[in-house]
Write a protein that binds this ligand. Sequence first.
Ligand code: IFM
Length: 473
Amino acid sequence: MTVQGQPDFPAEFLFGSATSAYQIEGGVREGGRTPSIWDTFAHTPGKVLAGDTGDVAVDHYHRWREDIDLMSDLGLQVYRFSVSWSRVQPTGRGPAVQQGLDFYRSLVDGLLEKNITPWLTLYHWDLPQELEDAGGWPERATAERFAEYATLVADALGDRVVHWTTLNEPWCSAFLGYASGVHAPGRTDQAASLRAAHHLNLGHGLGVQALRAALPARAKVGVSLNPAVPRAKTDSPGDVDAERRIMALANGVFEGPMLHGAYPADLISDTASITDWSFVQDGDLATAHQPLDALGVNYYSPLLVSTVEGTDEVERRDGHGASEHSPWPGADKVAFHRPTGVPITEMGWPVDPTGMEELLLRLTREAPGLPLYITENGMAAEDKVGLDGTVNDTDRIAYLHGHLGAVRDAMAQGADVRGYFLWSLLDNFEWAYGYSKRFGTVYVDFDSQERTPKASARWYADLIRSRTLPPAE
Ligand code: IFM
């Protein structure tokens, strides 16, 4: 609810936009970069829609100056991007490649010149292929390599970047990458996915320690999670149990170690037939549980769940891509449904801002005192350039209006939300969907690479200027 005479968002609230390296950069063979798991995966026939790859993406590697100008025109205060590990430390071991570091240093300097605060994510899913060849995230050594990489980037950019994020959405890395296989590296081994989840937790903890050791005291360190908002379809015990399982498998698996230093007991028992968790070594959970300055929250949509009885087929509209392999180890009987009566985005994700408010209030209870930032929120829409050359994405404006209203309402109820990053600045490579899904507020013609701000970009610019939600129409 808007309070009369007051802006919806306080003066110190940060508005920005987000991207990730593989989704926008291109230039995959330049500057000493070698393949990451996403290069390999995208070049494997049948893995990405239409055979799309990130080879060129939206050519940000060459057009970053123009992209910073776009951000500046929109009045963005902060820009969240990720560093490509393969560009900075191509084999995942040893010294950094100066050209890779220089690219990010120029980008950061360009942002600072325009008064845009850089918000750096170290890992947005693009593991150097050589580390996957050595076993990937299911192996403990990958967590150790990640901490070394964190030190290299911190040493190079710590004098100019204040805001650091270890991992983006480790749930996707672990479970889409190693259980359902719809993301790189495309493995379908549930036990390996749980090992991966643990080593991502450990990598986060080691990464935070490495960053704290290398960065000045003013640095702020956090992680971006994509917590699920599961909702039981009915209040039957089976459906309530489905909600509980997904809470543990989507949220407790990372929030437990990172925020509380323990895995939830029900996660361990729900997955007992898959793993005995003996890969968790003494001290790992304390390492994963590092003091944080920020918790990044990526929210798009809630999940409607039920439990399937007997041999009934399990419907899996969880929005995480089609695979006969489930990304939910220990939840074979959980079905995911599409709710009726709400709009559905191009990703097939229901639009429901109440999930945003519910999530922010839950995290406020879960991690009192930890500042929250919405590090991703937005929608894929069927954007078209009109005859007049404009893109009138009214559905995206309605989505943003609803979700930012939910952020404001959660803040009014005590959630300490300090910023919002719209996903995404530019249309880009949407992983297994290739270029078929447009999330940008700036339209990109993927042939000419011409950028055209959509109506939502202007709407967002108005919001940033006025700090009050402009009407959705
Ligand atoms: O494009 C992705 C992003 O890389 C991670 N979070 C979800 C977005 C939309 O699917």
